[in-house]
Write a protein that binds this ligand. Structure first.
Ligand code: FES
Length: 96
């Protein structure tokens, strides 16, 4: 194992987890988590953030009722109830 410094200024985890059994989840239809994750990934490309801000579509962050949820590292910021319309604001802050 080799220890290295993470090459990104920030890493954004965007929960897009979906559940078929009816329990609430960020990525369930109508919740907006999948759309938010896609908007963050597309926005990172459009804003030229490749190599600086890494967007990762994540599984469940165990805060489902308050989602869609986004975690921003290394800040330790949790954005609850985010939506696709928030993507550019999240990305611009992450890039600053
Ligand atoms: S499904 Fe997103 S936090 Fe659980």
């Amino acid at each position: 194992m080799n220890s290295k410094k993470i090459p990104y200024k920030r890493t954004i985890l965007a929960c897009a987890h979906a559940r078929a059994e009816g329990r609430v989840a960020c990525g369930n239809p109508g919740r907006g988590g999948a759309e938010l994750a896609a908007a963050l990934k597309d926005g990172a490309k459009r804003l030229g953030l490749k190599g600086r801000v890494r967007v990762v579509k994540s599984g469940c962050l165990d805060l489902c009722e308050l989602g869609p949820n986004v975690f921003v590292y290394p800040d330790g910021e949790w954005l609850a109830g985010a939506c696709a319309a928030d993507a550019d604001e999240i990305l611009k802050k992450a890039a600053s």
